[in-house]
Design a protein around this ligand. Sequence first.
Ligand SMILES: Cc1cc2nc3c(=O)[nH]c(=O)nc-3n(C[C@H](O)[C@H](O)[C@H](O)COP(=O)(O)OP(=O)(O)OC[C@H]3O[C@@H](n4cnc5c(N)ncnc54)[C@H](O)[C@@H]3O)c2cc1C
Length: 471
Amino acid sequence: MSPRSNRARPEGRYIMRKRIGADVAIIGGGVAGLAAARILADAGLTVRILEARDRIGGRVHSRIDPVTGLPVELGAEFIHGIPAETFELIDAGSVPIYEVSGEHWRSAGGKLSPMRDFWGTLENVNEKMSGIGRRDISYAEYLEKYAGGGKNSAARALAQRYVEGFHAARIETVGVKGLLRAENASEKLSGDRAFRMTHQYANIAALILSGDEKKSVKNATEISIDLETIVQTINWKKGRITIGAVSAAGAELEPISARRALITLPLGVLKSSPGDRGAIAFAPDLPEKRAAWDALEMGDAVRIVLRFRDRFWERRGFGGRRSRPSLEGMSFLHSDDPGFPTWWSCFPIRAPMLTGWAGGPAATRLLELDDSGIVAEAVASLARILGTDSDFINGELETWYVHNWKHDPFSRGAYSFVSVNGLAAQKRLAAPVAETLFFAGEALSMDGNIGTVHGAIASGRRAAMEILTEC
Ligand SMILES: Cc1cc2nc3c(=O)[nH]c(=O)nc-3n(C[C@H](O)[C@H](O)[C@H](O)COP(=O)(O)OP(=O)(O)OC[C@H]3O[C@@H](n4cnc5c(N)ncnc54)[C@H](O)[C@@H]3O)c2cc1C
């Protein structure tokens, strides 16, 4: 995608160009903003998306590995379960996907063994969550009081790692009520199943913008997208918005006017301090919104993709130890390692790539390192988990991919989680202001799909319907 330009470049049912004034200005061109834009434009409103980066898609960001030709996901990778929001797009665009399958393995001190019942163990630890009563408590308190005390420590450790890893959360801060809502939502979607887009997840941005072209929509307008437009100020009064923005190089851009604004900024950006790159100031200020976003949490996660010379883990006795089993059918590898405790292969696709994942406090530590430090930690961690040494892993390693979402000024974290008593704050943050300011984004998925692509899409659609109701 070319940098900001006034040249109109038709791309399906949207266009990259600048237009003065709009019915709705959408701040942020991630999946939430795009999903809202599609609905509003289909209803005949003029829509202008203002996006800080030189691309749309936000935290869905794919690259193609030049050697294998396979996608490397730097942000979202999995479609968790069978969410209608994503599957409708996939069906409309006839996009190929495949289900993640294969074996879960476990490493304890470098000793590898198959892991039989990952989901069952988790369920056992969490079975009392719905019985905690009216008062919300942290997951740390839950584990201590409800999950088997001194017994059951291995299962509790697994459950803690899951909450830190999957929800990118800190167990002292994350609330059980929010986790329960996420668990119920996941159950409804068969969340123990996962899928990948065969080509790249980033294609979802164009799928959303194109909508379902089989359904012809009369009077639909073109969606206008301004890339490299970093919004800094939103001056508002009822029915009238003036937006101040700068270019990627810091040059002040012409003010942008609209009748309404939909804010889809990541929670980390909303929370950032005045003057930080990406931070936005509202005038008049929105103290009640600030209180709401302060009561929610942005989680940390770090993913690293390592590409090797070949799939060495499939060789029995790899790394020079004859007793080491072949991990030919391995999809996930779990451990207690303090670096990257969880790894996965591309299974059922056979590729010489492994992805390392750390969430919560482990990620927060790692993200303070520069990229080469993160790679060194990943190599050391994988070596410990596989019971081999860093020299062996380095000898196999060809290249790596990592993106530091915490230090990315336009995300400032990976995805959100609901803190203790945070469900009410989510509602307060999502509520429109004076029929003029609207809010969406993954953090505002109130049905338990927080931190996901489908939750973000649903939040954007919800906000679009609110706007249409007000119009
Ligand atoms: C490492 C990682 C792994 C993940 N894995 C999965 C997964 O497997 N499955 C899944 O479902 N979800 C996953 N997620 C979560 C998923 O990616 C997000 O929930 C979803 O993409 C968020 O969409 P959004 O539109 O709410 O926010 P975003 O995609 O962040 O969109 C917000 C947009 O606002 C822009 N912006 C920020 N500041 C400004 C500004 N000042 N002016 C203008 N624009 C601005 C940003 O550039 C961005 O494009 C993952 C996320 C990460 C980081």
